[in-house]
Ligand binder design. Structure first.
Ligand code: HEM
Length: 399
């Protein structure tokens, strides 16, 4: 692997023969002992060398390592972007991260997110009705996969849904992995301005959603900038990820009609199916880690100051995690501790919300359109490879 690729691309590169499987390069890295170093392009750091961690035990150990950090707080001398915004959780480590994250965790427990379920079910039904009225030949990303999580996060943050095209566009730029620094700064500024209004509203009259709750419980301990950062992080992190997982799950199911039928016809399969789709597709490319001291990842040295990339994709397909047919999609597989939501202190805050949305949306879609199929040859689909989340740009379907 000689050419320079983006961080996201290296950690979740796919096989040309199958859009879900790890590339032969990544598989080879997992087979070899040691941690290979590759040159990667980072939107803020430029071209850097990073150690790539591909085996399950190693990736999990690296995610949990206290000296492999995602960030060291906010740098006031650097331009303000989402990645350098007070309140952006992935920018922090240690006690400061724990303090900030602790203010949000109670809003994202299973119990809390289940309260949103009836609203979500109504939103899902409305969108299925609209698809039915529109007739066969819709882009599933635009008609279903993107609006469902976008509406959920707007509902939680009490952000007007009318702003969705702005925040979807800005989040895409920020997470693209390929936008230059100027584009990331401009998109972050646009999101910041919109969220500043929302925060001002909650300061004056806190609502019942996540931000209102944080203002009521911790308003005195937080600056407006930190509240704005919370809002932007959740808005950006809360829709594109789940939307991508939803659309890619449908594509994977269309390629496996037997599995699709199981999820459509047997409600008992839903929970294991969602876990398996998360494991199998492994959409996120976690942010780069930096070693703050000389460390070892299961005995392999990484020097202080080195960058480390963690591949959830190869980890989730490692026979050490799944001894039987790790590359197969098996919706009845007993769930394992897969790493698609990361692991350790930064493990995805919104994972229960994502699971709830996927469990509600996928079976509802398949039951409403039991004859769902791709409306174009698969070779015409365009995949988002360099982005922070791997996904499909559009998914034309018919029924
Ligand atoms: C299928 C959907 C999702 C996937 C695959 C996903 C994946 C991830 C991963 C891998 C991380 C860890 C990144 C790292 O350690 O470098 C993460 C962190 C995070 N996610 Fe998600 N995510 C999803 C949905 C959501 C949703 C719906 C929300 C918000 C409502 C959300 C909010 C966050 C936040 C705030 C963090 C940072 C946590 C911290 O630093 O403490 N995510 N996510």
């Amino acid at each position: 692997m000689n050419e320079t690729r983006t961080v996201a691309f290296v950690a979740s590169e796919r096989d040309r023969a199958c859009p879900f499987d790890p590339s032969p390069d990544l598989r080879r890295m997992r087979e070899k002992d040691g941690l290979p170093r590759v040159r990667v392009l980072h939107p803020v750091l430029g071209e850097v060398e990073a150690a790539v961690v591909t085996r399950y035990d190693d990736v999990r150990a690296a995610f949990a390592h206290p000296r492999l950090v995602t960030g060291n707080g906010i740098d006031p001398d650097q331009p303000r972007t989402l990645y350098n915004q007070p309140g952006f959780l992935l920018a922090y480590s240690g006690a400061e991260h724990a303090r900030l994250r602790g203010m949000l965790t109670r809003s994202f427990t299973v119990r809390q997110v289940e309260r949103l379920l009836p609203t979500m079910e109504a939103i899902i039904e409305d969108h299925l009705d609209a698809m039915e009225q529109q007739g066969p030949g819709v882009d599933l990303v635009e008609a279903f996969a993107l609006p469902i999580p976008s509406l959920a996060i707007c509902e939680l943050l009490e952000v007007p849904y009318a702003t969705r095209s702005m925040f979807q566009r800005c989040s895409q730029v920020i997470m693209s992995g390929t936008a230059d620094a100027g584009q990331v700064i401009a998109a972050s500024a646009e999101l910041h301005a919109a969220m500043a209004d929302v925060v001002a509203r909650h300061r004056a009259a806190p609502g019942d959603g996540v931000l209102g709750t944080v203002v009521r419980q911790h308003g005195d301990e937080l600056t407006d900038e930190e509240l704005i950062g919370f809002g932007i992080t959740l808005l950006a992190g809360g829709h594109e990820t789940t939307a991508t997982q939803l659309a890619l799950s449908v594509l994977a199911l269309l390629r496996h009609p037997g599995q699709l039928a199981a999820l459509r016809d047997d409600p008992g399969v839903t929970a294991t199916a969602v876990e398996e789709l998360l494991r199998h597709l492994a959409i996120p490319a976690p942010v780069l880690r930096t070693a703050t001291a000389d460390v070892e990842i299961n005995g392999q040295p990484v020097a202080e100051g080195e960058y480390v990339l963690l591949s959830a994709l190869t980890a989730n397909r490692d026979p050490a995690l799944v001894p039987r047919d790790p590359d197969d999609l098996d919706l009845r597989r007993r769930p394992v501790t897969q790493l698609s939501f990361g692991f350790g202190v930064h493990q995805c805050l919104g994972q229960q919300l994502a699971r709830m949305e996927l469990k509600a949306a996928l079976p509802a879609l398949l039951r409403r359109f039991p004859t769902l199929r791709l409306a174009v040859p698969e070779s015409e689909l365009r995949f988002r490879t360099g982005s922070t989340v791997y996904g499909v740009e559009a998914l034309p379907v018919a029924w």
